[in-house]
Design a protein around this ligand. Structure first.
Ligand code: 5RP
Length: 241
């Protein structure tokens, strides 16, 4: 009796995120503390890291949500102040450009993400390939703001050509609010990061350009593509299983 032909189930964006997260495991040195980001891609990474928790010394979390998930899979969560070296930070992104500058903060964790990234020697960005763009800015740029400065910062962002929208009802882990700056075309991300950071009342802008990623692992239909800042070479590293 002949079997009916198997229909392939198309891979989803979540499959691509998980493939990127799996590829990041190769970037985690044994016996070290790992910096861990926030979001659905980082959640995949946490789950996979949990399966090999005995091989790492613990993790530093970039949000309360991540700390809870790390603890749930049995990974020791360490205070960043108690950690001497952080060889690698693994996190997702909302957009990433060819220089590996990123927009981050869609999940509202941008400030702690930037702090942990600043301490880490290497930033490994994990994302689905749809996050890759030529010019940053189609995704609204998150800006964490001290609550009393919200209107002032919104006016400054408008003066920079953005259309700021208050993410109403959202309070960050640091007790602040978020403005999402729409309608920007970010052709000079390093300069814009400095400009927005300099506005009184801004805690952090979700532009990660001065300290971008060192490597990006982007999952897509053809597997996981590795991008590096040095050579910006593309290598298909892994096939989706
Ligand atoms: C959270 C972030 C995330 O990394 C970003 O929003 C991507 O999220 P996801 O992995 O769910 O696509 O910056 O603040």
């Amino acid at each position: 009796m002949s079997r009916p032909p198997r229909t392939a189930v198309p891979a989803t964006v979540d499959d691509f995120k998980r493939a990127a997260a799996a590829a990041a495991l190769d970037h985690v040195p044994d016996g070290t503390v790992v910096g861990v980001g926030t979001g659905s891609t980082a959640d995949h990474f946490i789950d996979l890291l949990g399966a090999r928790r005995d091989r790492i010394a613990g993790a530093v979390a970039s949000s309360e949500r991540t700390a809870q998930r790390l603890a749930a899979v049995g990974i020791a969560v360490l205070d960043l102040n108690a950690v001497d070296t952080l060889p690698v930070y693994v996190d997702g992104a909302d957009e990433i450009d060819p220089q590996l500058a990123m927009i981050k903060g869609g999940g509202g964790a941008l400030t702690r993400e930037k702090i942990v990234a600043a301490v880490a020697r290497r930033f490994v960005c994990i994302a689905d390939a749809g996050k890759r763009v030529d010019v940053l800015g189609r995704f609204p740029l998150p800006v964490e703001v001290i609550p009393m400065a919200r209107a002032h910062v919104a006016r400054c962002l408008t003066a920079l050509g953005a259309r700021p929208v208050w993410r109403e009802g959202v309070v960050t882990d640091n007790g602040n609010v978020i403005l999402d700056a729409h309608a920007l075309s970010i052709t000079a991300p390093v300069a814009l990061e400095g400009e927005i950071d300099a506005i009184a009342g801004v805690v952090t802008v979700g532009l990660f350009a001065r300290r971008g990623a060192d490597v990006a692992l982007l999952g897509g239909p053809d597997g996981v593509v590795t991008l590096t800042r040095a050579g910006q070479a593309d290598v298909v590293a892994t096939k989706l299983s």
